[in-house]
Design a protein around this ligand. Structure first.
Ligand code: NAD
Length: 417
């Protein structure tokens, strides 16, 4: 396998195989859990606003239903490929198992540039995609959610199209819906909140708490912006933030209210005056206690890993650290809370949304947040204890825990071969 890959599937496989090699697993079982259960490609002809027809390619990969229905987002992006969707579905299986929610892994996508499509074209594309996958999606088989460039409105169209085909309203077929359509309170903040809990628990293991701790956050969107704001509320000092417009440093602590105001006004941090603008590549190596990459994959690489000063990294984004960087950081004694644990708050509250939809009974936000906290803290401790037992870092420990949970279910279910 390529030692310097930026292919998410290859990187995910390297992480997985490292953990599997410590577990003395039946090679047959290993082969079963590595492969996606099903991968579907659909051609989606859409009538464009100008009256012409255009055909888009869509995908849905169901990696595993061993522990429950497949769960995973739908991504709209011009670089979406079947391979990428396969990798993301694979990650979802382990993420759901780490936090011990009864879902398997899935993911979907449409190869399109949504910035070049009108709202009407996006709606028709979403409805055609859903209609073509109506036998695949279902509250008990495969439950989509938002991902890059899809949002609660897109989920509402998925839910409506599915329901029209089934001739009854089926809210639990998709999560991340608007609140008035059965979305869960607290879902929007869930991933950032889960990141905050992981930072707090990681600090606890080193005898510290969030008060006064210096934190740098890369990415100021749903995960990074909300995570940074919640950590600041708990007394942390956010000394560096960044987004697509650039990076900002303030050793005295950045005022989160000002940063959020800037986002509301300008959509990005462009022109932000609450910190000194620094080159984007300098953000990750700033002097701080905790680093939270919450933007994109492959940000911490063999080139910058050795210069990172933070002693704790909490991965808000999926796949922000390459396997080579992982080794350098491990050797340097940096604690990394891996993505499949650190950003699992989102899928956990998606699970709560699904449960609420199935019961037609809705919980107040404090109940959602308390249940999320319990799951995140328990999962953090479980991963920590596996790390101590196997003498491995938290990433390997998280995979070992997840693989064990999936294999244990396969063993009792048996293989229908
Ligand atoms: P988002 O689009 O809301 O925010 C992304 C942020 O990253 C934006 O502020 C953007 O400007 C910034 N960004 C983009 N390119 C950058 C660059 N080169 N340098 C610095 N910043 C850059 O997305 P999000 O939902 O916050 O997702 C962020 C990451 O978290 C992704 O990897 C996503 O897969 C992962 N994630 C998100 C959720 C969720 O519930 N939103 C759940 C699990 C994982």
């Amino acid at each position: 396998m390529n030692e310097h890959s930026d292919n998410p599937f290859e990187n995910a496989m390297r992480q997985f195989e490292k953990a599997a090699s410590k577990m003395n697993l039946d090679p047959g079982f290993l082969e079963i859990i590595k492969r996606p259960r099903r991968a579907v490609i659909v051609s989606l002809p859409i009538k464009m606003d100008n009256g012409s027809f255009k055909v888009f390619e869509g995908y849905r990969v169901l990696h595993s239903i061993v522990r429950g229905p497949g769960k995973g987002g739908i991504r709209y992006h011009q670089n979406v490929t079947l391979d990428e969707v396969k990798a993301l579905a694979f990650w979802m299986t382990w993420k759901c198992a780490v936090v011990n929610i009864p879902f398997g892994g899935a993911k979907g996508g449409i190869n399109c540039d949504p910035t070049k499509l009108s709202p009407g074209e996006i709606e028709r594309l979403t409805r055609r995609y859903t209609a073509d996958l109506v036998e695949i999606f279902g509250p008990d088989s495969d439950v989509p959610a938002p991902d890059v460039n899809t949002n609660p409105q897109v989920m509402a169209w998925v839910m409506d199209t599915f329901s029209m085909h089934k001739r009854h309203t089926e809210t639990a077929v998709v999560t991340g819906k608007p609140i008035e359509l059965g979305g869960s309170l607290g879902r929007k903040e869930a991933t950032g909140r889960g990141v905050m809990f992981c930072v707090r628990e990681a600090l606890k293991k080193t005898g510290k708490d969030l008060k006064g701790v210096r934190i740098v956050v890369q990415g100021f969107g749903n995960v990074g912006g909300i995570g940074a704001t919640l950590m600041a509320e708990q007394g942390a000092k956010i000394v560096g933030i960044s987004d697509i417009s650039g990076a900002y440093h303030n050793p005295d602590g950045i005022d989160m209210a000002k940063a959020n105001e800037c986002i509301i006004k300008n959509k990005t941090l462009k022109g932000f005056e609450g910190g000194k603008k620094i080159p984007a590549e300098d953000l990750l190596t700033l002097d701080c206690d905790v680093l939270v990459p919450a933007a994109l994959e492959n940000q911490i690489t063999a080139d910058n890993a050795g210069k990172i000063k933070a002693k704790i990294i909490v991965e808000g984004a999926n796949g922000p650290t390459t396997p080579d960087a992982d080794e350098i950081l491990s050797k340097n004694g940096v604690m990394i809370v891996p993505d499949i644990l650190a950003n699992a708050g989102g899928v956990t509250v998606s699970y709560f949304e699904w449960v609420q939809n199935k019961q037609s009974y809705y919980w107040p936000e404090n109940e959602v947040n308390e249940k999320l906290e319990r799951i995140m803290v328990e999962s953090f401790d479980s991963v920590w204890n596996v790390g101590l037992e196997y003498k491995v870092n938290l990433r390997v420990a998280a995979y070992i825990l997840a693989i064990k949970r999936v294999i244990d279910v396969i063993k009792v279910r048996g293989v229908y071969a």
